[in-house]
Design a protein around this ligand. Structure first.
Ligand code: ADP
Ligand code: ASP
Ligand code: MG
Length: 635
């Protein structure tokens, strides 16, 4: 990666922010800053005193400050453990009552520490501030933030110390709510948006955002900046340095955001976003789950059916494809009964012939290698297809959104041939003849105004880091995989399945539908596989097994021992060979890929859990992300 160029960009970015601040205010000496300190940063009395010193210095430099804090150290984990000793499924309201206490300790102690050094300060809970949320316990979204009380204290020269991670629900009584684990980041950025603060600083135990988690890969390198889009993917794919919802708010409201170490004065990493259009602060986190409906009719699909389920297959296929300079768009691979997989990908129509030739050339070799007696891998090409997508950060953690897309398509009589998801996008491949109908139905369902031609062009995406196609890699070991065999292949099936999970508030992540269609009992059927959070897995399995019995679906299979490794980067768009490199790195380490799903700026692979860390390290090295220094994260 060209770090010199990036440093230059980073510096320019900071300067341009300062410049615009100076211009708006006419002078540069007054700023309103929101600072957030995470658990380790306030983990002891000494740490709290050190935070107080930093806050004091910032105020003395002429700024007003709102400080958001987390619970001390691992307090929240400790509270969860206590609850689990009493109940295997603790009541969610009581859980919020319990977990919200952690932050309350820190706000009081930090205020005392500030007052002790002569800095007027006042602590406030989420309820006292007026951080109003949905009544959804343990995962509430922020609806709006009242700023009057905060502003009054700020104007009186006080530092306001706010409890992160918590709010108060307005309907259903004044109930204490929490935003979900890691949610203090979200509190901070939401406060910055509501107060129109000049910027928001997230102080943590690493010097900023790195190419991956330094606890797993000590050679990870620090970035000076990253785009919101990239950070959103990284955060939702497991990089817990920022809560994804915090990134979403920063992007929606254009909040300048920086992640820094609370141990040093290093500049940290800026998360950059394009200037957003003015957006209401009402229904802050729930206003619009979907921002756009996109389509692409210039697509064709190539599928390889019955390829052996063993390391190296995807690497061979996509290695050859990239040598032929064929740029692939969506890639999906799904699991199957027996030991064979289907791999499918889409390309633009003009290069279909070349892509098909590569696939056809490689297919016989794939069979003979595994089991000469097995059925030959079969190449299937489909020309008249279109990709229809809904996109928007508001769909994160909201299971109903994908389900609503599937239901809308079903109502419009559109059959879904392929599904591929990222946390912020769901793409479906449909028959080209049905594209218009699909788009019209989706636009009306999600209330998206028609903005002329929304066909996606790849150059719409900005390229900020041209030297490396990948800016970061992430590992998520908290997911489980569910597969349902033999789902009837007709409109409405995906809607029924994911609608059921949505009703029970279970979010689904990677969804992959198999390419192979088989006739069973006179009905064409496909398999479908997807991932859910581990904590939801058992409940999802029970619900689906029940539905399978009632609706005549096949077996429901759960595997909790999986890991998801992902690469993210806006610059991978239009660069052939990125996927091949990732698959090749996994193959070299004998790591079998169980599932593949892609979006424009990320590629995720599911592998076995025990190989997760090895997979992460292999990919990090393959993309030359490793630096020469090793990071030591404070204990
Ligand atoms: P805090 O308590 O300050 O909110 P967290 O533990 O939530 O801190 O987040 C910081 C941790 O995120 C780091 O210690 C690091 O282990 C982890 N992490 C994961 N991915 C990354 C990444 N790409 N860059 C930096 N840190 C990361
Ligand atoms: N204390 C909460 C947690 O540990 C919130 C946070 O720290 O962001 O999840
Ligand atoms: Mg955190």
């Amino acid at each position: 990666m060209d770090f010199k160029a990036k440093t230059q960009l980073g510096t320019n970015f900071v300067l341009s922010i300062l410049d615009s601040i100076t211009q708006t205010l006419g002078f540069a000496w007054f700023m309103l800053i929101v600072q957030k300190y995470g658990g380790t940063s306030v983990g002891s009395v000494e740490r709290i005193q050190s935070v107080a010193q930093r806050v004091y210095k910032t105020v003395k430099a002429g700024n007003s400050l709102v400080v958001v804090v987390s619970a001390m150290g691992k307090t929240t984990d400790g509270l969860v453990k206590l609850a689990n000793e009493i109940s295997t499924s603790p009541n969610r309201r009581e859980m919020d009552m319990l977990l919200s206490t952690g932050e309350q300790v820190t706000i009081a102690l930090l205020s005392m520490a500030l007052q002790e050094i002569g800095q007027p300060a006042i602590s406030m809970t989420g309820a006292q501030v007026g951080i109003v949320t949905e009544a959804e316990h343990t995962r509430a979204r922020i609806l709006h933030i009242e700023t009057d009380r905060l502003s009054r204290h700020i104007n009186e020269g006080k530092v306001v110390v706010v409890a992160g991670f918590q709010g108060i629900s307005s309907n259903g009584g004044l109930e204490i709510t929490t935003l979900g684990r890691g949610g203090s980041d979200t509190s901070a950025v939401a406060l910055a948006a509501a107060l129109q603060a000049n910027f928001c600083e997230i102080y943590t135990d690493v010097p900023g955002i790195l190419t991956t988690d330094p606890r797993l890969v000590p050679e990870a390198q620090l970035m000076d900046q990253i785009t919101c889009d990239e950070m959103l993917e990284l955060a939702s794919l497991g990089a817990k340095v920022l809560h994804p919802r915090a990134v979403e708010i920063a992007r929606n409201y254009g909040v300048p955001l920086v992640v820094r170490s609370s141990w040093t004065d290093e500049p940290g990493t800026w998360v950059t976003s394009a200037k957003p259009q003015g957006r209401s602060l009402v229904n802050l986190e729930i206003a619009r789950p979907v921002n756009s409906v996109e389509f692409d009719t210039d697509q064709a699909k190539v599928a390889l059916l019955r390829v052996p389920d063993k390391p190296g297959i995807a690497a061979r296929l996509f290695g050859e494809i990239s040598r032929q300079q064929v740029d692939v768009d969506l890639i999906i691979q799904s699991i199957h009964e027996g030991n064979s997989n289907d791999i499918a990908f889409t390309v633009t129509t003009p290069i279909l012939k070349r892509a098909e030739a590569v696939a056809a050339a490689i297919a016989p070799a794939l069979r003979s290698q595994s089991n000469p007696k097995s059925a030959e891998a079969e190449v299937m090409v489909e020309q008249n297809i279109a990709k229809v997508s809904i996109a928007g950060a508001g769909m994160i953690g909201r299971p109903g959104v994908a389900a609503k897309m599937f239901a809308t398509l079903a109502e419009a009589g559109v059959n879904i041939q392929m599904i591929s998801t990222s946390e912020v996008k769901v793409s479906c491949v449909v028959d080209a003849a049905e594209c218009n109908r699909a788009v019209t139905a989706l636009r009306s369902a999600f209330e998206i105004e028609e903005k002329g031609d929304e066909e996606i062009t790849k150059d719409k995406l900005i390229h900020l880091s041209p030297s490396s196609p990948v800016c970061g890699v992430a590992l998520d070991v908290n997911q489980a995989r569910l597969a349902i065999r033999q789902l009837p292949d007709h409109p409405g099936m995906a809607a029924k399945l994911f609608g059921l999970l949505a009703q029970h508030n279970i979010s689904v992540d990677m969804i992959i539908q198999s390419q192979r269609c088989r006739m069973v009992d006179g009905v064409p059927r496909r398999d479908i596989a997807f991932t859910v959070a581990q904590m939801d897995a058992e409940r999802a399995r029970e619900l689906l097994s029940q539905a399978a019995l009632e609706l005549g679906w096949g077996e429901v299979v759960l595997d909790s021992a999986i890991a998801k490794v992902s690469i993210v980067g806006v610059a991978m768009v239009g660069q052939p060979g990125v996927a091949a490199k990732m698959f090749e790195a996994l193959a070299q380490h004998q790591i079998n890929i169980q599932m593949i799903a892609t979006s424009e700026i990320k590629i995720s692979c599911v592998v076995s859990q025990e190989q997760g860390v090895k997979a992460l390290q292999a990919i990090h090295t393959a993309f030359d992300l490793a630096g020469s220094e090793k990071f030591v994260v404070p204990a």
